[in-house]
Design a protein around this ligand. Structure first.
Ligand code: GLY
Length: 397
């Protein structure tokens, strides 16, 4: 009798409230499944590379070639960084050993002074390694790298120089906002206030000179080295000088949300919100919230998405959702959830054993240069994994 009542109640509840039979959140299940699959794919990728000294993953060509790089290419730190996140997720000692091995492969970049990418290379690898292990050797590498990056700062411009090539006098790209995290960390941890001052100065100069009134940004701003006057505002990887290159908008969004987290300076929060609102309310942002490679490509919708930009924006919106007020926060979280769902779908997420073991398909590295168009990219995976880990932490599952 008792059993009949229970069974009847369950049936009634099932039909009246079908959602009660659903998991707490299907997105949570999707993310766990995606992280579990990432463990398989990244172990396989590491296995392939382990006996190839010095090499790190970069992409996978349409012809099926696994493309690698040495430590001096700007993406070198993303694979070790992803392994650290996957170790954090799994607590598996084998993942830790792999993360340590591939982090070692990037170590020589701590001395890099000929470009700004030392922040990407060292903070994603050694930064995550230190966060999870507190290994003091890792901290030394991070501090050396921060001092290397600081050599590229010129007070006249108030900014860190990005590139030492090209025809520009003193080129600074919006991507460079990402390298400030290395300086903020080193300043806080070592007490070297100058490193933090350089980071703030760079963020202020970028805010003043890279952004248009609508919150979109130029890619490359070149300064007069002596006077600091802005000489040009252009693009190199975007559709045109006046367009909004999707990954550039992503770097800016992530960079200002992070700068606010590090400094609590209100203007950085307001600026991150302005960039976020430009992105999420843009008429060319598709329903699945994965942007085209440039918001202003005249071929939209018949052009490429840039999944890397989608993943970076997603990770950034998750952070911003916790920093902005409740109404904006909820709006950003909703967009990020749509992005997580989209990225994890068959449209963008590769099946295990395909795609060179990269997780995501369909990123665009450099469309005008016809390089890495519609392929997997190691940094798309890194920010996707970071976004999933951020979401997991935020929701406590
Ligand atoms: N930082 C280089 C790029 O986003 O392509």
């Amino acid at each position: 009798m008792k059993r009949t009542i229970i069974v009847t109640s369950v049936i009634i509840v099932f039909f009246l409230f079908p959602s009660c039979k659903q998991p707490a959140s299907s997105l949570e299940e999707i993310i766990i499944s995606s992280l579990d699959t990432a463990l398989v794919q990244y172990r396989q990728m590491a296995e392939y590379l382990i006996d190839k000294p010095g090499l790190l993953p970069r992409s996978y060509s349409k012809k099926g070639e696994f493309i690698t790089c040495n430590s001096d290419w700007w993406v070198s730190g993303f694979f070790p960084g992803s392994l650290w996140y996957l170790y954090e997720y799994s607590n598996d000692d084998e993942l830790k050993q792999l993360a340590e091995e591939f982090t070692r492969r990037v170590e020589d970049q701590q001395y890099t002074t000929n470009n700004h990418d030392v922040g990407f290379m060292i903070y994603c690898s050694f930064g995550n390694g230190f966060r999870l292990t507190q290994n003091s050797r890792y901290k030394e590498v991070i501090l050396t790298a921060a001092n290397s990056l600081a050599t590229r700062f010129r007070p006249a411009t108030g900014a860190i120089r990005s590139w030492d090539w090209g025809t520009w006098q003193y080129p600074v790209i919006v991507d460079n906002m990402m390298n400030l995290e290395l300086l903020f960390f080193a300043s806080r941890d070592s007490g070297h206030e100058r490193l933090g001052e350089i980071a703030r100065s760079h963020a202020d100069a970028t805010l003043a000179n890279h952004f248009r009134p609508d919150g979109s940004s130029f890619h490359v701003v070149s300064y007069d080295t002596i006077t600091g006057v802005v000489l040009s505002q252009q693009t190199r990887q975007g559709y045109s000088d006046s367009s909004a290159w999707a990954r550039g908008q992503a770097w800016g969004l992530y960079g200002y949300a992070m700068s606010y987290r590090e400094t609590k300076d209100q203007k950085y929060l307001e600026h991150a919100i302005k960039i976020a609102d430009f992105i999420i309310h843009h008429p060319n942002l598709p329903k699945d919230k994965i942007p085209y490679w440039d918001f202003n490509d005249s071929d939209i919708p018949n052009t490429y998405r840039d999944v890397s930009a989608g993943a970076i924006i997603c990770a950034a919106l998750l952070e911003l959702s916790q920093l902005a007020d409740a109404v904006k926060g909820a709006e950003y979280l909703k967009v990020a959830e749509t992005q997580l769902e989209s990225l994890s779908s068959d449209t963008y997420r590769a099946k295990t054993g395909t795609n060179g073991n990269f997780l995501l398909m369909h990123s665009v590295g450099d469309k005008p240069g016809n390089s890495e168009v519609d392929v997997p990219l190691t940094y798309a995976d890194y920010y996707y994994i970071e976004a999933m880990m951020r979401y997991k932490k935020l929701k406590g599952f």
